[in-house]
Design a binder for this molecule. Structure first.
Ligand code: OXD
Ligand code: MN
Length: 586
């Protein structure tokens, strides 16, 4: 039990509502971890993996109907509907509290309530913020232990203050019809019920660090963004940092942990990982934008993670990792599609059923996950816990676009960059449900994560631009351009380093660019193709950098359709679009 009165009072109130049999205050100690693991093993909530091959690792399976974030049941509960904006589900806060109170009433009877104080951001950092999550799930406690700085360290940061985000979670009976993820940004509160899936229940991540924090950032003059952060070290030892926003499933974790191609590695270039999903950014004393990763772990998608696609991620998960919804092999190790190793002849699939590779069913759920400590990542930056953060030289936006967006282009200025972010979109792949190739507009990759009206969010970006004396340069990248046969024409993965290098050269004024209607493009001679000439010819590169007016016409119509939803769209965004139409001559 901690002495902070505000926390005590709130926990008491939540216990009155949910009526647990007992309350356990989490301290974050090793002894506590072992005790909870033992209990969860006894109930089958987690399964111990082969401790020789995967020390400290466990497997968890969720309910079959509870495998992903539920955007349709995620609400922003502001007093005024228009403050949630046209892209969020809204519920009146009084109605939401009433409705959910009925579901939470007695939901922890016969269970234990765990009180998890946690810190988002490094200890001692002026960026960092405290949350307290109460939950009836040991799986949540064990995951929060990896994803955040949990326990005493958070309460020490909080002191006597009542400035913490109040998170209430109960699995209740996992009823999908009564599943709600409600955010009350005006009360610093999150209520999540009837789910046990990470994105809905690890309240520090999307719920706090993006939805609530984006609202806080606007009030307090900073930014909470769905961005990875990486550092590039040159052969002289200088490190420059990039923050990048891509929609879910566009390879943020892969880019954050990229290994430079051999030609660059030999010269002494290195990539350092600071974060793979979320960036909190503030203006520093030097007038630059500084960023921290508020998380302490990676909650990454397992399928497709292999020694080829992302060795650093795979190596991170070799100990102290919780796997969710992957295949259990006869050796008590794990397997998933796209792991790059032969599947076991038999195994137990993510639903807990016997499985064979020729069963015609996927063994791991496509959204199966690993929860792994960031400090175990071979490429983790020595600066990743620097309380001051790291200075950002470039911001990247991107998505999956088969035709419209070139490999890379730079905005003319901050306002134009904000327009590029606001018009981000990604085309659906065969892996997702629904039609293939349909553009889902996803401004700054924040569509499902912005805790307030997105029109106001664009205005906040524009406002920040006026306040940052030395802002990062803004770029758009697209690793997913295809040829007429639908084949990717850029190799991606580690080779993306070549594009990052051009971006940093632009930031340092080392290379010229070609002015085009959509922004500054590289000259074909300025993206180094040494070592991949067989795969990417100069002609292909020219194609990757080309602008097709017809596709842009369609693109602009799709942007306008999206913008028509907004009644708080800043005039600057519309002006940027008009200027683009004029430059394109369409
Ligand atoms: C994630 C997501 O899980 O963006 O990070 O969906
Ligand atoms: Mn994400």
């Amino acid at each position: 039990m901690y002495s902070n009165k505000a926390v005590q009072n709130w926990v008491e109130e939540m216990a009155k509502l949910t009526k647990p049999d007992n309350i356990v205050w989490i301290d974050g100690s090793e002894e506590e971890k072992e005790r909870l693991e033992k209990q969860a093993l006894e109930t089958g909530e987690i399964i111990e993996l082969n401790q020789e091959k995967l020390p400290g690792c466990f497997l968890h399976r969720t309910e079959v109907n509870d495998v992903a974030r539920v955007e349709g049941r995620t609400f922003i509960c502001t007093r005024r509907k228009e403050d949630a904006g046209p892209t969020n589900n809204w519920m009146d806060p009084t109605e939401a509290y009433e409705k959910l109170s009925k579901i939470f009433d007695g939901s922890m009877k016969g269970r234990t309530m765990y009180v998890i104080p946690y810190l988002m951001g490094p200890a001692g950092s002026p960026f960092s913020k405290v949350g307290v999550e109460v939950t009836d799930s040991i799986y949540v406690v064990l995951n929060m232990r990896i994803m955040t700085r949990m326990g005493k360290v958070a309460m020490d940061h909080l002191g006597d203050s009542d400035d913490f985000v109040k998170g209430l979670h109960s699995k209740a009976n996992l009823d999908p019809e009564n599943r709600y993820i409600c955010h009350f940004p005006e009360d610093n509160t999150i209520w999540s019920v009837n789910s046990g899936y990470g994105g809905n229940v690890l309240l520090g991540k999307k719920c706090f660090a993006l939805r609530i924090a984006s609202y806080m950032g606007r009030q307090e003059g900073w930014m909470a963004e769905h961005m990875l952060i990486l550092g590039i070290e040159d052969p002289k030892g200088n490190v420059s940092y990039i923050a990048a926003a891509f929609p879910s499933a566009c390879g943020k974790t892969n880019l954050a942990m990229l290994i430079p191609p051999e030609v660059y590695a030999k010269e002494g270039y290195k990539v350092w990982t600071v974060g793979d999903d979320i960036a909190w950014m503030r203006i520093g004393e030097d007038g630059r934008l500084w960023a921290i990763n508020p998380e302490a772990g990676f909650f990454g998608v397992a399928p497709g993670t292999s020694m080829k696609s992302n060795p650093n991620a795979l190596l991170t998960t070799q100990k102290n990792t919780i796997f969710t919804n992957v295949v259990l092999t006869p050796e008590n190790t794990v397997w998933w599609e796209g792991m790059g190793v032969e599947p076991p002849a038999t195994g137990i699939d993510w639903k807990g059923n016997p499985w064979t590779p020729d069963s015609g069913e996927k063994g791991a759920h496509p959204n199966s996950r690993f929860t792994a400590p960031a400090c175990q990542c071979p490429s983790i930056s020595p600066e990743w816990e620097n309380p001051k953060g790291v200075p950002i030289s470039a911001i990247l936006f991107g998505g999956r676009r088969a035709k419209v967006a070139p490999l890379v282009y730079q905005s003319f200025d901050w306002e134009h960059g904000v327009f590029m972010g606001a018009t981000m979109g990604s085309e659906t792949t065969a892996a997702a449900m629904g039609a293939v190739g349909v553009v889902r507009r996803d401004p700054m990759a924040m569509l499902p994560f912005c805790g307030y009206n997105m029109g106001d969010y664009f205005a906040h970006w524009l406002e920040m631009g006026k306040k940052i004396p030395n802002p990062p340069k803004i770029f758009n990248v697209n690793w997913f351009r295809t040829n007429d046969e639908g084949k990717f024409i850029w190799p991606g993965f580690g080779e993306n380093f070549r594009v990052l290098k051009w971006i940093l050269d632009r930031c340092e004024g080392k290379v010229d660019a070609v002015e085009s209607p959509i922004g500054y493009l590289p000259d074909v001679n300025d993206i180094d193709l040494t070592g991949i000439e067989d795969e990417v010819s100069k002609e292909t590169l020219a194609n990757l950098l080309s602008i097709d007016k017809e596709s842009w016409k369609e693109e602009i119509n799709s942007q306008s359709e999206f913008f028509a939803k907004f009644d708080r769209l800043p005039a600057e965004i519309k002006k940027q679009q008009e200027a683009l139409i004029k430059r394109l001559g369409i």
